[in-house]
Design a protein around this ligand. Structure first.
Ligand code: NDP
Length: 276
């Protein structure tokens, strides 16, 4: 006689990072599963810095179906996969792994998550001039999606300009609308995206917004705290969004990859805003 316990039929997922305690991914995925009438297991897994490969093997041995990956393992996640989406190939960063019987598929939903959130919050960003602050993993990961949205010009700046310069050189091989902005001039900028981690390690905004034109849209990829960038945008009466919506949208895209179900993202955004 065959029988299946609930445990046997539930697909298992994890979010991997270091640190990982702060992650909201389990709550988000469990809400999407509830809406879709699917039972899943979704756990947080702390990964020691030198153990990413080993943990992936353990999850596979334990019949996990997939994993989300966060800092600092997104490039390890890209490297470990045999099949990679276009975004993963372009950015060498992956946040969604699917464990197939014999191999691993990697996707990156960060950039398209940001794009979906921007489209929900402000509509199409086609023909906009965008200033991107930061030259780390998050800034690089969103460039293909900004280009897919047909922005007009993309300006890059960073605390360490050498890194912004390297980034401009790298991406200019594929796109001809990317420029460095060493001396900040916000006159023709429509949207600023803050992809720095200045909100956690500094009480100063990475950019002065006081003289910005009043239609400038500000977006900080950080969530869970009001960063000095957000505070300055607010003081300057500018429209400003945090990165919670991006987090939720990238999760909904991961959820679609694994379950082929589209979900409503509004409820979980409202729920999380009331507790963070
Ligand atoms: P990295 O460590 O790779 O890069 C950090 C960037 O921030 C660098 O460009 C660094 O500049 C800059 N920076 C750090 N401190 C300061 C400061 N005090 N003033 C000015 N610039 C500073 O981080 P990530 O790119 O991975 O992440 C960046 C942010 O994006 C994080 O806050 C993260 O939480 C957020 N994020 C949000 C997501 C979401 O779903 N909402 C998804 C992914 C990331 P320098 O080169 O000079 O060191």
């Amino acid at each position: 006689m065959h029988y299946y316990s609930a445990k046997n039929i539930m697909k298992k997922f994890a979010v991997l990072g270091n640190p990982i305690d702060h992650s909201l991914s389990p709550q988000i995925h469990l809400e999407f599963a509830r809406q879709s009438n699917i039972s899943i297991v979704y756990i947080k897994k702390f990964v020691p810095l030198d153990s990413f490969k080993q943990i992936i093997q353990e999850l596979k041995n334990d019949d996990f179906h997939g994993a989300n990956v966060t800092l600092p393992f997104k490039s390890d996640a890209a490297d470990i996969a045999q099949h990679k989406s276009k975004e993963v190939v372009e950015t060498n960063s992956a946040n969604t792994l699917t464990f197939n019987t014999h191999d691993i598929t990697a996707d990156s939903t960060d950039g398209n998550g940001l794009l979906s959130d921007l489209e929900i919050k402000i509509g199409s960003i086609a023909d906009s001039n965008v200033l991107l602050l930061g030259a780390g993993g998050a800034a690089n990961a969103i460039i293909p999606s900004l280009q897919k949205a047909k922005i007009k010009q993309l300006f890059l700046t960073n605390r360490t300009m050498r890194r912004a310069n390297d980034m401009q050189q790298f991406w200019s091989k594929n796109y001809n609308n990317i420029h460095l902005m060493e001396n900040i001039d916000l006159n023709d900028i429509h949207i600023i995206i803050n992809a720095t981690s200045a909100g956690v390690n500094s009480d100063e905004s990475p950019i002065d917004l006081i003289s910005a034109n009043k239609n400038l849209i500000c977006y900080d990829m950080m969530y869970g705290l009001k960063t000095p960038f957000m505070q300055m945008a607010e003081k300057s009466n500018l429209k400003c969004f945090d990165g919670l919506g991006m987090l939720i949208q990238q999760a909904s895209l991961s959820f679609y990859i694994w379950h082929k179900q589209k979900v409503d993202t509004k409820k979980i955004e409202d729920d999380l805003r009331s507790i963070i």
